[in-house]
Design a protein around this ligand. Structure first.
Ligand SMILES: C[S@@+](CC[C@H](N)C(=O)[O-])C[C@H]1O[C@@H](n2cnc3c(N)ncnc32)[C@H](O)[C@@H]1O
Length: 151
């Protein structure tokens, strides 16, 4: 019988950089003004919040790109939704599609969801990521729309 307890979508490295071709398509569409989770070496936008600054205690204003560390996904998603409402900002999140979690149903489903078809190869990886990924977009013009995208 399969041991489902060990069958988790986990990775030791939570810091994989977004594939540049995937980011470029989204940046062409949204023109991001800030990268919410980054460091000097992997930032995708000149303006960014680092771990030291702790994005989770900052204001998220403008057009925001978010590929967060996976270990605290619930708090990143709650913050993304709440900041989009508070500041009328657009927040585009690249996250694991954990569609059986409460945070997915209570927050992600308020935004626009684009399910990624395929396995994008992140920076620092030899293979494409096996876990299902989605782009979730929060902002007043991005609601209750669901579709598939290929990268
Ligand atoms: C998955 S990487 C994304 C890197 C890059 N933004 C990209 O899209 O390719 C997550 C980044 O978030 C940073 N990070 C971790 N905790 C953070 C925090 N509390 N606030 C801001 N950045 C954080 C990590 O150092 C890492 O560089």
């Amino acid at each position: 019988m399969a041991d489902f307890d060990k069958n988790k979508f986990q990775s030791k490295n939570q810091e994989y950089a977004t594939p540049i071709e995937l980011f470029k398509v989204l940046n062409d569409e949204f023109a991001f003004t800030i990268d919410l989770c980054a460091d000097e070496n992997n930032k995708k936008v000149d303006k960014y919040y680092s771990e030291e600054e702790n994005s989770l205690i900052q204001d998220w204003k403008g057009v925001c790109w978010m590929n967060p560390p996976y270990k605290d996904m619930k708090n990143w998603i709650i913050k993304a939704y709440e900041e989009s409402v508070k500041h009328n900002s657009i927040i585009v999140c690249l996250i694991p599609a954990r569609t059986n979690t409460r945070w997915w149903h209570e927050y992600c489903m308020k935004g626009e969801i684009r399910f990624i078809k395929g396995r994008p190869k992140f920076g620092g990886c030899i293979h494409g990521l096996p876990q299902p990924l989605a782009i979730v977009i929060f902002g007043s013009d991005y609601k209750n729309n669901y579709r598939n995208v290929v990268f």
